[in-house]
Design a protein around this ligand. Sequence first.
Ligand code: PLP
Length: 404
Amino acid sequence: MKWNTLYSSRIDSMGHSDVAEMLKLAEQPEIISFAGGLPDPATFLLEEIKETFKEVLAQRGRDALGYGPTVGITPFREWLAEHMTQSGRPSKVDECLVTTGGIAALDLICKVLLDPGDIAIVGEPAYLAALHVIKSYQGRFAGVPLDDKGMQPDVLKSTLEDLRRESLRPKFIYLVPSFQNPSGVTLSEKRRKRIIEIAVEYNVPIIEDAAYRDLRFEGQAPPLLASLDPQNVIHINTFSKILNPGVRIGWVTAPQELIETLALAKQGQDQCSTTIGQYVALAFASKGLIERQKSRAVEIYRRKRDAMLAALENYFPTSAYWTKPQGGFYTWVTLPKEIDTEALLPRSIEDVSVAYGAGPSFYHNRSGKEHMRLCYSYVPDSQIEEGVRRLAHLVSEILVDTKY
Ligand SMILES: Cc1ncc(COP(=O)(O)O)c(C=O)c1O
């Protein structure tokens, strides 16, 4: 069978998969991979997880292994509603939907909101799986650049104004306000408030993806966008970074009417998220183990962030600069224009056995060749300095070659 003669037009829109490539690189032991945004398995409380699975099975028996309600099991949704309320977004159970991770939450939202050709506004550089999801629903993009304080409100406003002039109403603004993937930057409180005002003015909802919010190493957390405007902000979140991605649990908090429509769409996505995973996540959270794991994770990732920033300072050419994340997994490096990080990647893997995320993966139009994402979360501490040193050497060689 010639399968490609059967493919839908959606497959063309998706292009090739940078995510799969990055995950593959992380599996090769000889490569120092700063590519995949993976949690460090050392953050997982393995013994406590084993114990919790045992307890859940002892208490719930076979019920824990069956199908559950599409919206999620009630006690877990009650916990989510309480958690969101404590985080500043007063929430009812009916405003919370359990999903199979954070990216599945975005997939559901796009399934509900996007028709082919609809416009999504994204802060760029952007989370590449989010770009992939929007493309797979054949959405179009309006990119709004980020700087070291996150999305620039003035550019957002002028983008919305330009679209309005063409009678185009974007379906949503997608943002990762804290420790953004891939840049590591956090949207300031002032900008959060301004962006909410602009979104209300143009009547466009915001999707707030808070995947890394709890992994703060220092400083004060700005308010959730969802707490500033519960009616206009769709909050998505995940247990992948604070428990583990293996449980595949995430959630959406949004006005009830939208949650009901997302639940309808979820029936054709996976019908329900893992029942045993929800019970385990609930038990873990109730015993205070999420908090314990978070503290351990913050300590580990802070140490790795420090090692990464120190190595960049020591080895990278002075013509390069990078972000200084206060949490999360990533720093974003900007190199002189002579460097094409996409073209350099195969050479970096081949010659110095170091992988990274090439800039164009994080732009809808594959621009940004002079940038690279370095993820410090997964690489063993002992390899961070060496990986950065090798990468810096390669970059410096090219700059000499091009007589920069
Ligand atoms: C910004 C962002 N959102 C959401 C996710 C979703 O993760 P998951 O689908 O594993 O919950 C990730 C994971 O890398 C992420 O970086």
